[in-house]
Design a protein around this ligand. Sequence first.
Ligand code: ATP
Length: 246
Amino acid sequence: MAVIGDFSCVYVVGLVFRAEDSYTHRHLCEFTGLDAEMRIKEHYSEVMDIVDRVFVKIFDKVNETCQEQLAAIGIQYPFKPLKYLRNTLRLTFEEGIQMLKEAGVEVDPLGDLNTESERALENLVLEKYDTEFFIQHRYPLAARPFYTMPCLDNPAYSNSFDVFLRGEEIISGGQRVHMCGLLESRAKECGIDVKTISHYINSFRYGTPPHGGFGAGLERVVMLFCALDNIRKVSLFPRDPRRLAP
Ligand code: ATP
């Protein structure tokens, strides 16, 4: 909505609360999100450009200025420095599937990757490109939320991406549908009653530029940057479905 109001690029770092019913090493009910939305001039790769620049800069800066703190963490939980490229690798979903297939990993070509296949892909990417940080884009439309823009050349895919750090997702993003008609029909196709999201759809009615954005979970970024095995180690007061206090 801020982008519709003519802010060309906006971001927020804030607390996110989720009624997660997930009992994993990487899900909290309260985490810190970094969310950004921006006007797209020509292509959703402009959003991936921002992800690339922001995160390479963050990693560089942390490595440059936090050696003392990283060493302190390393005493308790030894880890190797993150491998990342100057220009972040981008693979299409289809390229990722192809790499997995060639390695003998079975995956649904129009579904989403499960945790095991994400890990397998990370190993293949590390071997081939020597990086632990990469973007996978052009996901199957069926694996993304209703507001994701379908690809113009093939609507089975979408203008969307996930970003992986040491084999786990840290960011989801993509281009949002900005046309009301398409937004309504996509919502219906996904079984959503459009009346329940009328405020969202109505805000698009008087002209909306093409736009996209992403959401990153910062505890996950810290956990994986330091190769830790549990997100609770990087949250001062971790909140999960079983832990409300202290
Ligand atoms: P996952 O598939 O791991 O459950 P998601 O697809 O639900 O994640 P998004 O809704 O796309 O995630 O959120 C964007 C980012 O926010 C994620 O990539 C992740 O870094 C972070 N995130 C999402 N849910 C959680 C959570 N419960 N705890 C910590 N971080 C989270």
